[in-house]
Write a protein that binds this ligand. Structure first.
Ligand code: C2E
Ligand code: SIN
Ligand code: SIN
Ligand code: FE
Ligand code: FE
Length: 421
């Protein structure tokens, strides 16, 4: 084996091991595509996840389209579903379970058993030429998803076919990716079931609220962190724990009665006092955290209703005894609310993401607000309810945030794929 091949193999093993560290599904898909694209040097790529008899287009990256927007902005995309049949390359590869390396989809021979679906290119004004489509197979050999790499580039950034010698390496990587994906999907499913059974107790609830809050939080964090010059590795690590923690922000509502939780009108003062305890119940549920994920989830549960100006709740309080923390008893005998940077960063972020969602969407107790009114309210609370830096990061990511809101406004895409195109 020559030096180059050895180094390639080393890189590959390193990349594959890294995947095992990431636990959150969304962050994992980002990492898989990033690593695969760097490894084979290509312009774009997508991940499809198999859901029953459909493929869900779940994540995409595209360097060319990325260059048309600001470097730190995320690509806007829609999730959609593709039937598993020979009308698309991804569908065909799901059926055969074999890697397919196509030098140029624009000049497919007449007699191939599959066809290229140009509709995605048309919508995104992109031209796909070389396509490497790799099945993501679980340990038991089932195809759980598809990794599609698009437009391999040479050193002059000219589109070339994918190097067939790289295929065994890419397949090895895809196997590791499939295992990591399977694990992350299981974790996600359990998390959503837990949230559904406890917080919402509503069989029609789809998990969209928590997904949106988690998605918004991640965008805000990444914008904020990039401005602060935080390293890419640190951003990835924090994103991974933050996304899951944000999904669990209201898990303490499990302990709140249906009467209060689902009350169509305004809460009385006592009912609201009871409701406020959901922050403490959440922190209790997650007490004795053993992993970074549980720690982050506890911090978020406890701190997502604190206000930057010190007018939020529950303040400096012990979630187990409900007693004020030593030295933090206010004049009224109650714990003093946290303020400013006393509130952990993840709490300050989820606080804004949660309110943005609560105002933008319908709740049992209120109608959805017009976007303009929502944005005016958030701007008004800059430096009051919300950390000004977090508000700025929010407005900087608004386009992506609207895209997330649209993506998760109907049914649960991993549970019930919907036909969008
Ligand atoms: P949630 O529905 O997820 O709302 C999260 C936060 O969004 C609220 O925290 C509040 O800061 C903000 N928010 C929601 N609606 C409005 C609004 O109309 N105007 C403004 N300025 N902010 C709004 P908060 O107030 O601590 O409430 C925590 C949770 O308590 C809410 O979570 C909701 O589950 C419940 N809740 C609050 N008020 C009512 C109510 O009047 N009726 C019912 N049934 N539940 C309520
Ligand atoms: C397909 O699998 O036919 C779709 C290819 C693409 O999205 O570029
Ligand atoms: C939703 O919009 O998905 C439901 C909102 C909620 O119940 O909090
Ligand atoms: Fe809450
Ligand atoms: Fe909430």
């Amino acid at each position: 084996m020559d030096f180059d091949a050895k180094q390639q193999l080393k890189d590959l093993i390193f990349l594959s091991c890294e995947l095992a560290e990431v636990k959150d599904l969304d962050v994992l898909m980002e990492k898989i595509l990033q690593s695969a694209r760097e490894y084979v040097h290509c312009d774009a790529g997508s991940i499809y996840i198999k859901k029953e008899s459909q493929l869900v287009f779940s994540y995409t990256q595209n360097n060319t389209l990325q260059k048309l927007i600001k470097p730190d902005d995320k690509l806007i995309y829609n999730t959609f579903t593709v039937p598993i049949n020979n009308n698309s390359i991804a569908g065909y590869v799901t059926i055969t379970g074999e890697t397919l390396n196509i030098p140029d989809v624009q000049t497919l021979p007449e007699n191939v058993p599959f066809s290229f679906d140009p509709s995605y290119d048309e919508k995104s004004c992109y031209i796909t030429k070389s396509v490497l489509t790799v099945p993501l197979k679980s340990r038991s050999g089932d195809v759980v998803g598809i990794l599609q790499l698009i437009n391999a580039l040479n050193d002059e950034n000219i589109i070339i076919p994918f190097d067939s010698e790289a295929l065994p390496y890419v397949e090895y990587f895809a196997n590791c990716a499939a295992n990591a994906l399977e694990r992350a999907m299981l974790t996600r499913t359990i998390l959503l079931r837990l949230i559904r059974m406890t917080e919402l107790r509503d069989p029609t609830e789809t998990g969209n609220h928590v997904r949106r809050v988690a998605g918004f939080s991640l965008e805000i964090y990444e914008k904020w962190a990039k401005k602060k010059g935080i390293s890419q590795n640190e951003i990835l690590r924090t994103s991974d724990v933050l996304h899951m923690a944000a999904m669990l922000h209201d898990v303490g509502k499990a302990a709140i009665s249906d009467f209060i939780l689902k009350k169509p009108g305004k809460l009385t003062k006592e009912e609201y006092e009871t409701m406020k305890k959901h922050t403490l119940y959440g922190a209790q549920l997650l007490s004795d955290p053993t992993t970074d994920y549980e720690k982050a989830a506890q911090i978020v549960a406890m701190n997502h209703h604190e206000h930057y100006d010190g007018k939020g709740y529950p303040g400096h309080i012990d979630p187990v005894t409900f007693e004020p923390l030593e030295g933090f008893t206010g004049k009224n005998g109650l714990p003093r609310p946290k303020r400013g940077e006393e509130i952990p960063l993840m709490g300050r972020i989820v606080a804004l993401a949660d309110v943005y969602d609560a105002l933008s969407f319908k709740r049992v107790y209120k109608e959805a607000w017009e976007q303009e009114r929502v944005l005016a309210e958030i701007w008004e609370e800059r430096g009051k309810q919300f950390d000004p830096e977090i508000v700025d990061a929010f407005f900087d990511s608004l386009i992506v945030i609207r895209n997330i809101a649209d993506r998760y406004s109907e049914e649960d895409m991993y549970q019930m794929p919907r036909q969008k195109n």
